[in-house]
Design a protein around this ligand. Sequence first.
Ligand code: FES
Length: 173
Amino acid sequence: MGGVVCHNTYIYAQPMSMKEEDTVSNSRRDFLRVFGAGLAGITIVGFAAPMFEGCSSGTSADTTDSADAGKTITVDVSSLAADDMAIHAATPSKKEILVVRKSAGVFVSVLLVCKHMGCTYPSIDLSGQKIACSCHGSQYSIFGHVTQGPATTDLTTFTTTFDSASNKVTVKF
Ligand code: FES
């Protein structure tokens, strides 16, 4: 299947401090993707500047990179005012993830690495209520559930815990 047509528009990212910019790759800071009025798209509100918490003793069988295993990041989700809104962040080893608000206080963190042959963001397109891989056409729900092959398994997700006091989530890899 061919690539997915993306009816989205682009705006520049919100200004970030120099310290934050230092941690963000060129591709990540160039653009944000937001979707046009009237489209039922994923609203990406920006790139988070996650705080890396360093190693912990925890382990996760749901990681694709041993460099991230057991590590955590903290992401400010105060900008996710409604369900299905999402924000980009990155694992400690700089793999793109999407933190999606599922419901009030409930968030899902999805690794943007296709389970078919490993294409990564931005080849993975965020259009409509889905995540679509332009390499061979696999599609997933915004929460990472595979809905169309050739991929046969869901995207990797991570344990994501919300702290209402700080309005931040902790993502454990
Ligand atoms: S790598 Fe994503 S569909 Fe093949």
